[in-house]
Each structure stands twice: as C-alpha cells, then as structure tokens.
Write a protein that binds this ligand. Structure first.
Ligand SMILES: [Zn+2]
Ligand SMILES: [Zn+2]
Length: 303
C-alpha cells in the first residue's frame, strides 16, 4: 500500500524566498490527505504534480496564518474546477466561521459538500476511520490552541508467495488467503492453507505530524514508536530562550523528542526565516538523534 509524505512547505511565518509556509500531503493509495495549508499551497500542489481533485481530507493544526492562509483559495479553486466529491475538513474552533464569512461576502456557493469537524486541543481524539488508516489529534503546546495529527495504518494483509500459488487456484480465493483464511472445499476440508501460500503481513506503519509546539513531554506516550515523526524545529540552540518564549522548539529539542518517544525516523521543518541555510539544523539534531532528515520541499518520503 502506498503511504508516503510529500513536503510542500518547510518555512515558518515570516516570508522568505525559496521556502514556503507549512503544507504537506500524505498519500495513501489513491487518496490525498493535506496537512496544513499555508499561503500558496494550491501552487505547490501543481508544482509537485499532485492533483487537487484527489484531496479528500484536510487537517489544519492551528490558526496562525502560516498554517491556513492558503485554504480559502484552495477551496474556491476546487469549486471552479467543478468538484462535486465530498471534502472533509478538520481544524480548530473558529476556522469554519472564517471560511464561511469569506464565502458569504464573496457570494460563493460551493458545488461540493464540505464537511467540517472541530478539533479538541486538549485531548487526543480520533478524527477519521478510513479503510486504510485511522487519524487522531495530538494536543500540542503552542501560543494558541494547536493539534498535531497521528496517522496509524490499519493492519495490513498477508503477502501472497506468487511462485507457490497453484495454477488452478481461482483468483477469487487470493483475497481469502491474504486475510489469513484457509481455502476449504464443500465438506469443510482444507484445500489450501493460508500459511503455506502467504507470508505474514508487514507491520502497520505510523506517521506523526507535530507543528507548532514547545518541547512537550505530554505527547511522548501517544507518539511512542511511530515510524516517522515530523517535528517543528523553528530555531537553533542560539535562540533557545526566544524559542521557549514563542512556544516553538529548537532542532535539538525536536531530536530529544524523537529519542524520548523512541521513534524510527525524525524529519524537522518549520525553519525560521532568520536562518538563510538549514545545514546547522541537521547538525544539531543529528548530534542527539542520528536518524534525522530535513524537510525538503518537493521531496517525497515513504513512511
Ligand atoms: Zn507556524
Ligand atoms: Zn504557530
């Protein structure tokens, strides 16, 4: 199953050329899950050849502009493009009012159903039970209400051993075997044992998105052991005091979170525009947690 992440924006609130505000796409099979929607996100989608029509779910972490100023333009463009498919939007209290106010004054009527669910900034809540994943909120510690999002793949199916499959086995039974069920004859006798023709399913994967936040121990248990953690790293060590004051994290704190929560890999982003290059973020984070990569716009990572 496809389960990957494409970074559309790795910057923070103050604009800087060549770095864009937060937005990323999780692709699971054919469905796109957009996380945050900073200014210009619809152009980033086009640049990365991600068809906006495939967007099914949008998650907004909080109402600082660098995380949602691209939302109304995107929703409007989907309308212009003739969308009729349902779209689900999850975000903080106030978001629905902002959107509907803009649409009311521009006399915009959406031709597709837009469903909104408010997020609870205080406790983890399941937002979505999709055929392939479950998504829940991660309460974060920021200047205003803010939640991250945790994607957990549902149990995967066993894998067929192609060269072992009997030629006379009807294709209809493949799914049976992949579910771990034996194929029986009319009398209930075992014809084909699932164990003989399949190997166990690979472990279910998980992805946690955490931006924006201070170093926040309360979430460690919830994200423990995830395969990939995206954590904001707005500042370097030189700005630790400022980072604390603004409810952000340093690269080192993001890495410490990765260590404490025993995650597989760490990706850092949301770099402050006061840093013109990002190399030092990687150096400082890797000194604590070697399995760290930078969020690079336009790059796609397998979860
Ligand atoms: Zn931000
Ligand atoms: Zn913020």
């Amino acid at each position: 199953m496809t389960f990957n992440l494409t970074i559309l924006g790795s910057g923070s609130a103050t604009p800087i050329l060549n770095r864009h505000p937060t937005a990323q796409v999780v692709a699971i099979e054919g469905d796109y899950f957009l996380i945050d929607c900073g200014e210009g996100t619809q152009y980033r989608l086009m640049e990365n050849h991600l068809r906006p029509g495939r967007l099914k779910y949008i998650f907004i972490s909080h109402l600082h502009g660098d995380h949602y100023f691209g939302l109304v333009p995107l929703l409007s463009s989907l309308n212009l493009s003739g969308r009729t498919d349902d779209l689900w939007l999850f975000g903080p209290r106030g978001l629905w009012e902002i959107i509907t106010t803009q649409f009311r004054y521009s006399d915009t009527k959406l031709n597709y159903p837009l469903h909104f669910q408010e997020t609870d900034p205080h406790q983890p809540t399941q937002l979505l039970d999709h055929p392939n994943v479950r998504v829940e909120t991660i309460p974060l510690q920021h200047r205003i209400d803010c939640t991250g999002f945790l994607f957990r793949e549902k149990n995967r199916k066993r894998k067929l051993i192609a060269e072992k499959l009997p030629a006379d086995l009807p294709v209809a039974f493949y799914r049976h075997l992949k579910d771990g069920n034996d194929v029986l004859d009319d009398l209930g006798q075992v014809l084909y044992r699932a164990e003989d023709y399949t190997i166990p399913a690979p472990p279910a994967r998980s992805y946690a998105f955490c931006s924006d936040t201070r170093y926040h121990e309360a979430m460690f248990d919830q994200i423990r052991g995830v395969d990939l953690l995206y954590h904001e790293a707005s500042f370097l060590d030189d700005m630790e005091a400022l980072s604390e004051k603004y409810f952000h994290s340093t690269a080192r704190q993001a890495a410490l979170t990765a260590v404490q929560a025993e995650v597989g890999r760490l990706m850092i982003g949301h770099f402050s525009s006061r840093y013109k290059t990002t190399d030092e973020f990687l150096v400082q984070a890797r000194s604590v947690f070697p399995e760290t990569v930078l969020a690079v716009e336009g790059e796609t990572t397998e979860v």
